[in-house]
Design a protein. Structure first.
Length: 140
């Protein structure tokens, strides 16, 4: 019975964390950040789209796997690290549009996403990924 009591406490604490934390808007895509020349004055990086969730905001806006995001809300992708990208994305809010400038093959497109509310599971996954990125950054 002691094990069961501990499990309930853990689940309750996780539920409180989900209920109280401000969660970013869900965009519905996964990416890998390439810093490129972002560390140099005037340099930029890019985000390579690796996953687009069917029916999510990115999918509905027309974003595709292998698209290269070069600007976010008309600002170059100048992030010092993966953590800096995630910190910026953590400020995206449900219902506040995000416009991406995307390179696809030989074309440049503008794609506008309407972020949605993250589910509890999506938010917990977001938190775990953010924590993992922070730990990896400290190890470097």
């Amino acid at each position: 019975m002691r094990f069961a009591a501990r499990w309930i406490v853990v689940v309750s604490l996780a539920a409180v964390a989900v209920a109280t934390d401000v969660r970013p808007g869900w965009l519905g895509f996964g990416f890998r950040y390439h810093q490129g020349e972002a560390g140099r004055r005037g340099g930029t990086g890019w985000l390579l789209v690796e996953h687009v969730t069917d029916g999510g905001p990115a999918s509905e806006a027309g974003l595709r796997v292998r698209d290269v995001i070069v600007r976010i809300d008309d600002k170059p992708s100048r992030f010092a690290s993966d953590v800096a990208v995630l910190e910026w994305l953590s400020r995206v809010r449900e219902g506040k549009r995000v416009t991406l400038t995307v390179r696809r093959a030989d074309r440049t497109l503008r794609v506008t996403l309407l972020p949605r509310r993250m589910s509890d599971q999506q938010f917990l996954t977001w938190q775990r990924n953010f924590d993992l990125a922070r730990r990896r950054a400290r190890e470097r």
